[in-house]
Write a protein that binds this ligand. Structure first.
Ligand SMILES: [Zn+2]
Length: 343
């Protein structure tokens, strides 16, 4: 009986040891604690035309492009209007797939907000349009027609980041679009609205720096479409062309994207090359955040902005095989001693 008890210990010991070894090996599951970013922030500035932005006084966007990646020549969807384009930003799908082209539309495609929420990464949407509130976020606003929307929305987004309850925060600025419709794209009012948008982006950056999370946060800035005269819905090149700015870990610094994507000609604009399409924003954000792409996204990641990975220093891998081998040898020796030794 005594010998049988000793044999059980001999058999169980390596099993217990293996269980302990397996329990200390690094896990691979995604949790809010091991995504690459403290926060992901998306700023949608409605109706900003690229060439007017480039000519405006926008020191804060300039700082982000100097330490991030950017293009003035990306491409929105057709129809080039807000209600079609913003769901394309969030789903990575064209309006023909997500189904929204007017105020009555419902999204028939998964958004990256749903993907983040599914992964346990809570999302907040701060904006004006009802369409912005329909994304299953933990928190969303609907302040249509707020008189100081630009300042109010950014202040609310900053407050949410200070409370630190949300992984993803998007903030929407409707004012450049309103000024474009009212005064035209060449008006001082339109330019001033773009410069004001830049000022509020600067407030956001300052707050992130104060919180000590600026360097750990992904910031993406995009409009939904451009502007031609008092409108943007005709699909002219100046309606279709948008900019994008990407800043944060894993993003190249001071990198202007190469125009390497062919856009064929149509009845209303000439064929051209662009850096990326608006539907590439969603799959790129999810790729960077380490979650899956939305189901309906076309999944063309903007790989040219990704920092080239340098091989890490030789990892201190756990010497699992030698340890198990040594344990087996020790166990066999103990077993032999116990078997041949008279008790
Ligand atoms: Zn718009």
């Amino acid at each position: 009986m005594k010998k049988k008890g000793v044999s059980s210990i001999v058999v169980l010991f390596p099993l217990l040891l293996c269980a302990v070894l397996i329990s200390v090996l690094p896990g691979a599951s995604l949790t809010p604690e091991n995504t690459p970013y403290e926060h992901v922030i998306l700023i949608v500035v409605d109706g900003v035309r690229s060439d007017i932005l480039v000519g405006a006084n926008t020191p804060n966007i300039d700082n982000l492009t100097a330490s991030g990646s950017f293009t003035w020549n990306a491409w929105t969807v057709r129809p080039s209007n807000t209600l079609a384009a913003i769901p394309s930003i969030f789903t990575g799908a064209t309006p023909g797939v997500h189904g929204v082209t007017n105020w009555d539309g419902e999204i028939y495609a998964e958004t990256f907000v749903e993907v983040f929420e599914e992964a346990g990464l809570p999302c907040a949407i701060v904006g004006e349009d009802p369409i912005l509130g329909g994304y299953s976020a933990t928190y969303c606003t609907n302040y249509y027609g707020h008189p100081q929307a630009e300042e109010h929305f950014m202040t609310l987004a900053i407050d949410l980041l200070r409370e630190n309850d949300f992984y993803f925060v998007t903030v929407y600025n409707p004012v450049p679009d309103h000024m474009g419709h009212q005064y035209g794209h060449s008006s001082p009012e339109y330019r001033e609205a773009i410069e004001d948008a830049d000022y509020h982006i600067g407030r956001l950056v300052e707050n992130l720096k104060e919180l000590g999370i600026y360097e750990d946060t992904l910031i993406v800035i995009t409009p939904d479409h451009g502007m031609t005269g008092h409108s943007h819905s005709h699909g002219y090149a100046t309606d279709m062309r948008i900019f994008s700015v990407w800043h944060g870990p894993r993003i190249k610094e001071n990198y202007q994207m190469v125009d390497n994507m062919y856009i064929p000609a149509s009845a209303t604009y000439d064929e051209t090359y662009v850096a990326h399409r608006i539907i590439d924003i969603a799959p790129t954000m999810t790729e960077l955040a380490g979650v899956r792409a939305p189901w309906d996204a076309e999944r063309n990641v903007i790989t040219q902005i990704l920092e080239v990975k340098t091989p890490p220093d030789a990892p201190s891998e756990f010497p699992l095989i030698p340890v198990i081998g040594a344990v087996v040898v020790v166990v066999v020796i103990i077993g032999v001693i116990l078997v041949i030794r008279p008790f």
